[in-house]
Design a protein around this ligand. Structure first.
Ligand SMILES: Nc1ncnc2c1ncn2[C@@H]1O[C@H](COP(=O)(O)OP(=O)(O)OP(=O)(O)O)[C@@H](O)[C@H]1O
Ligand SMILES: [Mg+2]
Length: 459
């Protein structure tokens, strides 16, 4: 029952009623303050005219008053004995102080219209009571009368009153009808939006809102559609993420399971025993790395602003990474071409360590034994530092190159198991570089090698 639609309608009607009351009050005050003296003057002049015309050409006073009344006036004529006769439509109330009659008989004017009491919801203009008249003396031969006169509003403005009453009534009726119709127009998109939110809550993101408006509701609908689209994208991403993650978790778990079963069978040679154990170890390491990377990605996605800026020597950090991976590059007999002049920058030390670790480890992974890895650091201008990690490895094909920064993307699907990571490394690298307001480019040729260049601002 308490729908927005009804509330709107009721509020509008209440506003109409309130504004009518206020408008009446204001108009009434205007009449009381400004118009009443004019009205009083006008009727006084007319009363005096009526009296003087009679006095100039005397005739039967009764006939004269009847004529005057028929022109649209209400008249009371009191003689010296304070007995009176009414002409025209009867007064609503015929109370009048005797002193007033005496004073008029003594030649004074009575300004009942001007003195009529001010009341909030009664406009003196319409009040046809005897007190609300103009009184003037009138001499008929030897007799002096007191004539009290006011315009007969009913007679003078009768049709006008009906006209205005009708105007008002029709205005009110049509306003109410139009409020009902107009409100429907305003509320309709809100109803649509409510239905759409319900749909979204049920997991249905395919929402088309055809609200073609340029107002706030139009903006709201447009933003709502946009929100639905991004929710849809998010949902797709979530599903893709879940399926990727479960795949990444599933395969190491399956091999751990398989090899531990084989170990249990006790029909394995000493050599196989060692080999299986090392596979299990490697797979658990992969799982642990994967969970670390996922946590890292989640925290990078969520806490864009929470990273600690410190000042440190980039060359030192890269050398640390080199010694941490030393075992791997020595094992593959890779030549290291290194040019690392001391360079201080500001950034998150822990996150940047991840970046170099990934880039350098990728180069080691994807370079055949006997290859070379180049690592250099230089600053061409005073604002940026360039870090280059290049290798003479397998390279990346043209069609793979645009995708290597995508999550879970691994270019060579057929490569050896121990080389395969989760494919998250470069997406994490890219995020961290963006966080530092840096940029990153890659050039690669299949069979020749790959070159990554990271440009970081000093900050
Ligand atoms: N130096 C490189 N030489 C050749 N290919 C590379 C090189 N660096 C990255 N790639 C390709 O880009 C893909 C994505 O790299 P990324 O670092 O994201 O994943 P990963 O190294 O396979 O796994 P992770 O880093 O998560 O352990 C790699 O699988 C590889 O195919
Ligand atoms: Mg990697």
């Amino acid at each position: 029952m308490r729908t927005l639609y009804l509330q709107f309608v009721v509020t509008s009607i209440c506003i109409m009623i309130m504004s009518s009351i206020i408008a009446f009050g204001v108009s009434n005050a205007y009449y009381q303050i400004y118009l009443k003296p004019f009205n009083d003057q006008k009727i006084t002049k007319m009363a005096k005219e009526t009296a003087s015309f009679y006095e100039k050409s005397p005739q039967n006073i009764d006939e004269y008053m009847k004529h005057a009344a028929s022109l649209g006036y209400q008249i009371y004529l009191a003689d010296g004995y304070k007995k009176g006769t009414f002409y025209g439509s009867p007064f609503h109330d015929t109370k009048l102080n005797d002193k007033v009659i005496s004073s008029v008989l003594n030649g004074h004017e009575y300004h009942g219209i001007l003195q009529f009491p001010k009341k909030w919801f009664i406009t003196g203009f319409f009040d046809d009571v005897l007190a609300n008249t103009i009184g003037v003396p009138i001499q008929a031969g030897k007799t002096r009368y007191a004539m009290f006169i006011r315009p007969d509003i009913e007679q003078q403005f009768g049709e006008m009153r009906i006209f205005f009453a009708q105007l008002l009534m029709f205005t009110i009726c049509f306003s109410i009808i139009l409020i009902f119709i107009g409100t429907r127009y305003v509320v309709k998109p809100i109803r649509m939006l409510t239905k759409a939110t319900k749909k979204i809550a049920e997991g249905n993101y395919n929402i088309r809102l055809d609200v073609d408006r340029r107002d706030e509701i139009g903006t709201l609908s447009k933003n709502f559609s946009r929100m639905a689209e991004s929710l849809e994208r998010l949902e797709e991403m979530r599903q893709e993420f879940v399926s990727n993650v479960s795949h990444e978790i599933q395969s190491p778990l399956a091999s751990i399971q398989g090899f531990s079963q084989a170990l249990r069978s006790k029909q394995v040679t000493e050599q196989q025993y060692d080999h299986y154990l090392s596979i299990i170890e490697e797979e658990s390491r992969r799982l642990s790395l994967l969970s670390k990377q996922l946590l890292m990605l989640a925290s990078l996605d969520k806490e864009k602003d929470i990273w600690e800026k410190t000042k440190f020597d980039l060359a030192d950090q890269m050398k640390q990474v080199l010694s941490a991976t030393e075992w791997h590059w020595r094992e593959k007999d890779l030549a290291m071409d290194i040019n690392l002049p001391s360079t201080e920058i500001q950034g998150d030390k822990r996150l940047l360590h991840q970046v170099w670790m990934n880039l350098i480890y990728n180069s080691i992974k994807f370079t055949e034994a006997g290859g070379t890895i180049f690592i250099s650091l230089h600053n061409e201008d005073q604002k940026h530092v360039h870090v280059i990690v290049a290798d003479t490895g397998v390279g990346i094909s043209e069609e793979d190159l645009p995708h290597i920064f995508d999550r879970y993307y691994k270019a060579d699907k057929s490569r050896k198991r121990e080389e395969s990571g989760s494919g998250l490394g470069l997406s994490i690298v890219k995020k961290i570089i963006e966080l530092h307001q840096g940029t990153m480019t890659v050039e690669s040729e299949e069979g020749k090698g790959t070159r990554f260049e990271v440009i970081l601002p000093y900050m």
